[in-house]
Design a protein around this ligand. Structure first.
Ligand code: 16G
Ligand code: ZN
Length: 529
């Protein structure tokens, strides 16, 4: 049975500040690190219950991704490396907000609702990003795990997708890969090096790439990995954490939302550059052209590159598999049109947040998903993986070569979560195999000018949406106003949604020119206010 006395004793060491209410949001709990100690302890407790219930290893990642350095956060990772199931997000919120004297009762409630067998063993793996608060907060997670009799392995410093990978490996008896950092590097680099060898036959040139690591964990892990892939790629690291502050004026989120290059990076015209975010689960590319214009290549264009490559390879192999691309409302209208009309692949739209895209992508033989902000990956059904492996062995000539190529591409994807390192290697391999420059990739289609704004309102929950956040339901009448505003412009689109991570309403607008996108966004935000 649960040692409830011990839970309470320890709990007073991890006391909840009076009146503090936090919610398990789109990416777990996230706030100033000073308010998180009790959350970490309680998420340790919850991870044990989830592990007992699923009879599997559960992950706990201590990170606040692209938030400022003073913040931290935590999210739980489910058995197949996925985000925590929605019903457990609610448990997490209850547990986080319980006053000390109610803690035991809430734990018992969760155990009863979820039919947790308390006799079952529990195993939890823990990782953290480079935030100064991370080490102590991880220790509080461990306190929570051990007080409930759970066992654990603390990986220490990891990127978020690496922790997802570890969980996935451990719950699939090593079939996916070995659950060590060395295993991760081996799996990815083996696939990458094979691919670049194939590319070199077709005139592949040695590639170099500049990477802005957001002064985060990505720098450390990329340094560790560098020599494994040096045969095919030379990476030059910037914002590696030795000087600047985490996510400060740099990183994928900064570059995407400001549509400008990070500080601390030396860029020459036409050089291929990319940025990771603070926990290395997002990536965007960009370059200056010869006329001094900045070009951003976001998650949408990454999805276009990847899915067109996959489609070509399948054509070569002669396999007719069903590919789907999953986006959110933030996907640039041009990208959706390009995918549907030029590439002829079906495109689906889900609500914002990785778990929604991931879930949808699982419905296809091959599901490619990316958020415009650069988080994404591709998922391959078990049947497809088996089939491709078999074809790679059986087929000769070009078909066999293509199958082998696809086999390596599958291995190179982190199918547990979007992964900046893995995505970077895939993109570099594809560009190399196709002999594409960054400009040629960028020219697949032209982004429609767009603008995002935040609006502070008294209560953002009065806004509810439907149709994957593209239509407002409440307050009544607001959608009609937005629709009428949109009609005033060409190639226009606009939507509003309450943020899942900040106390604001987000406004998105796109139109035929930047001026029009700006004024549409402005008009819509006035309608919200
Ligand atoms: C979180 C999500 C991200 C989403 C963002 C939206 C995960 C792991 N992360 O960072 O996918 O784009 O929230 O934030 O799901 P918003 O709701 O504030 O716009
Ligand atoms: Zn992140």
């Amino acid at each position: 049975d649960m040692d409830l006395g011990a839970i309470t004793n320890h709990s007073t060491l991890h006391a909840k500040p009076d009146g503090l209410v936090l919610q398990y949001g789109t990416a777990g709990f996230r706030t100033n690190a000073e308010h998180l100690d009790h959350i970490m302890y309680r998420m340790g407790l919850l991870a044990v219950l989830r592990s007992k219930q699923t009879k599997a290893t559960i992950g706990v990642m201590v990170t606040a991704s692209h938030n400022p350095e003073e913040d931290n956060g935590v999210k739980l990772v489910d058995p197949l490396g996925e985000m925590l199931a929605p019903s457990w997000e609610e448990h997490a919120t209850h547990l986080a907000n319980a006053e000390e004297q109610d803690l035991q009762r809430v734990l018992v409630d969760i155990s009863e609702i979820e039919a947790v067998d308390l006799q079952q063993d529990a195993f939890v793996v823990i990782g953290r990003d480079t935030r100064p608060s991370g080490e102590k907060l991880s220790q509080s997670v461990i306190d929570g795990v051990t007080v409930l009799g759970g066992q654990f392995h603390d990986y220490g410093l990891l990127t978020t997708p690496q922790l997802h990978y570890m969980v996935y490996c451990r719950n699939t008896s090593g079939r996916y890969g070995e659950a060590t950092i060395e295993g991760y590097y081996q799996k990815l680099s083996k696939a990458f090096v094979e691919l670049t060898k194939q590319a070199s036959c077709s005139g592949y040139e040695y590639r170099s790439l500049k990477v802005d690591c957001a002064n985060g964990i990505g720098a450390m892990k990329l340094k560790e990995m560098q020599h494994y892939v040096s045969q095919g790629l030379s990476v030059q690291l910037f914002n590696d954490g030795t000087k600047g502050k985490l996510n400060h004026l740099c990183g994928a989120d900064f570059v995407k939302s400001h549509q400008k290059p990070p500080e601390g990076m030396e860029m020459k015209p036409n050089e291929r550059c990319c940025s990771f975010d603070g926990d290395a689960d997002r990536i965007v590319y960009y370059y200056w052209d010869a006329y001094g214009q900045f070009h951003l290549i976001d998650g949408d264009k990454i999805a276009a590159l990847i899915s067109s490559f996959l489609k070509d390879v399948l054509l070569e192999i002669g396999e007719n598999l069903n590919i789907g691309v999953v986006q959110t409302a933030y996907a640039n209208g041009s990208s959706t049109r390009y995918l549907e009309e030029v590439m002829k692949v079906p495109v689906y739209c889900t609500k914002t947040g990785v778990k929604h895209l991931h879930h949808k992508a699982q419905e296809f033989d091959i599901g490619v998903y990316f958020e415009a902000n650069g988080h994404g990956t591709a998922l391959f059904s078990k049947a497809v993986e088996v089939k491709i492996k078999q074809l790679a062995k059986e087929l000769g000539d070009n078909k066999g070569k293509a199958a082998k190529m696809l086999e390596n591409i599958i291995d190179l994807f982190n199918q547990a979560a979007g992964d900046a390192i893995s995505d970077m290697l895939i993109i570099e391999a594809i560009l190399g195999l196709k002999g594409l420059t960054v400009q040629q990739w960028d020219a697949l289609y032209m982004d429609l000018p767009n603008r995002q704004l935040k609006v502070k309102v008294a209560d953002r929950r009065v806004i509810s949406t439907t149709d994957a956040e593209r239509q407002v339901v409440t307050p009544p009448g607001l959608q009609k106003v937005i629709s009428d505003l949109v009609k005033k412009y060409k190639f226009s689109r606009a939507f509003v949604r309450p943020s899942g991570t900040e106390d604001v309403v987000r406004v998105y607008a796109e139109a035929d020119s930047q001026e029009n996108a700006d004024s549409l966004a402005h008009e819509v935000s006035l309608a919200v206010f």
